[in-house]
Design a protein around this ligand. Structure first.
Ligand SMILES: Cc1cc2nc3c(=O)[nH]c(=O)nc-3n(C[C@H](O)[C@H](O)[C@H](O)COP(=O)(O)OP(=O)(O)OC[C@H]3O[C@@H](n4cnc5c(N)ncnc54)[C@H](O)[C@@H]3O)c2cc1C
Length: 381
């Protein structure tokens, strides 16, 4: 089949690899000028590890795994350590591999079949689905923002939380987006010396978090802040930088000004709401959604990429099994993927209270809880 995949994130690349290696002709359209590879390291967990193995990628992923034995420390406004987070709560395990986004994107891109087409700097603008039948002329007509017009047997929306395919085929984002009450940003901090003590400091004041994460030779500034939904253009990076600066305005404690300067300077800043996409169905006609476009669980779940892996693998497998009956395949895909999604989406409950407590009292209570837990030591102990 001729299949269009909208979005070249982890879900889009994984869909293209799974479908392309099964003999489908795949075109990927990516809005950006390049594969977007920034952001903090990502986890591959549970059944997604088995899928990476079946895709023939597990060894390469293991070779590039990030050593996450760094210890997180909650610090005060002067940078003094208040609580050390036990390493076993922060590290990975046999059931969980952590890898840099850029490495996983490269591994997936290298695994694309030679005839896969990648169209950068373009996006779907209109989708006309001719229905579920078979035969000459039946398929999906797609017009791109560039003016290009093409026909496909199937269209896969893998274009993330703010999916264009979802908007065009299923309706406006507000019908499906459940805001979890805060925003997150991640910026590169080039020029930071890697620290030998392998410690990641995290500073909280009510409703806010600013911190530093280090892995390999990379240093990242991370931010979270509680907020009601903010109306802004998701493709306007300067607007996102302004929102972030305003959220932390007037705060010069610890290294907040340095971190904000790094965010301002980063041409690839990651900024988004913590949101979940909840939909009663992920397919309509010949169009199907995968990854965050279908079922974002939010960064707090740590399972976005694992969900992208399981979903795209199941989808490709079911298309094979159904012998081209895409409706039967889409239904089986939903049935098999749904339990993974439900688990991941439910797993985030209470996470924000731990990471971004709303009051000083809640920050102190959180610190005491962590202090009381096994392996934690007060500063200097
Ligand atoms: C740059 C970036 C950094 C991230 N960093 C983190 C992080 O640090 N922590 C975390 O928890 N999660 C992060 N995420 C989200 C995380 O990658 C996903 O939850 C998970 O990997 C599932 O990926 P996805 O492919 O479904 O969605 P995404 O990773 O969001 O990928 C969607 C892709 O589609 C492209 N796209 C969007 N709209 C269109 C369009 N209209 N037409 C064509 N292409 C389009 C985007 O440029 C992107 O490449 C990040 C996402 C991105 C894009």
């Amino acid at each position: 089949m001729d299949i269009l995949v909208s979005g070249a994130g982890m879900a889009g690349l994984s869909a293209a690899v799974n479908l392309g290696t099964r003999g489908h002709r795949v075109t990927i359209v990516e809005r950006s000028t390049h594969f977007r590879v920034n952001g903090s390291p990502i986890d591959i967990r549970g059944d997604a590890l088995g899928i990476a193995e079946r895709m023939g990628l597990l060894e390469r992923i293991r070779d590039r795994r990030v050593d996450m034995t760094e210890q997180s420390q909650f610090i005060d406004g002067d940078g003094n350590v208040v609580v050390r987070v036990p390493v076993e709560e922060a590290g990975d395990s046999a059931d969980d591999l952590e890898i840099a986004r850029e490495d996983l994107a490269r591994i997936l891109a290298d695994a694309l079949p030679a005839d896969a087409r990648v169209l950068f700097q373009d996006s779907v603008d209109a989708i006309a689905d001719d229905g579920d039948g078979v035969g000459v002329g039946v398929g999906v007509g797609v017009r791109f923002v560039s003016g290009r017009a093409e026909r496909y047997d199937l269209v896969i929306g893998a274009d993330g939380l703010h999916s264009a395919v979802r908007r065009l085929v299923f309706g406006p984002e507000r019908d499906f987006n459940h805001h979890l009450g805060y925003y997150a940003a991640i910026a590169d901090m080039p020029g930071e010396e890697p620290r030998a003590d392998r410690v990641n400091p995290i500073y909280n004041y009510p409703g806010h978090l600013a911190g530093i994460v280090r892995y390999n030779d990379t240093t990242l500034a991370i931010f979270m802040f509680r907020s009601d939904p903010i109306d802004y253009d998701h493709h306007d990076l300067d607007a996102q930088k302004d929102i972030l600066a305003e959220a932390f305005a007037g705060h010069t404690e610890w290294r907040i000004p340095d971190l904000l300067a790094a965010a301002r300077a980063d041409p690839e800043l990651y900024f988004d709401s913590a949101s979940q996409i909840r939909m009663p169905s992920w397919h309509r006609g010949r169009v199907v959604l995968v990854g965050d476009a279908a079922h974002a669980a939010s960064g707090l779940s740590g399972r976005g990429t694992s969900l992208a892996f399981t979903g795209t693998h199941i989808l490709a497998e079911e298309l094979d099994r159904s012998g081209g009956d895409h409706l039967a395949a889409f239904e089986r895909y939903e049935e098999r993927q749904r339990p993974y999604v439900d688990f991941a989406q439910h797993s985030v409950h209470g996470g924000a209270d731990l990471i971004v407590p709303a009051t000083w009292e809640a920050i102190r209570a959180r610190n005491e809880r962590v202090l009381a837990s096994a392996g934690s030591r007060p500063a200097g102990a």
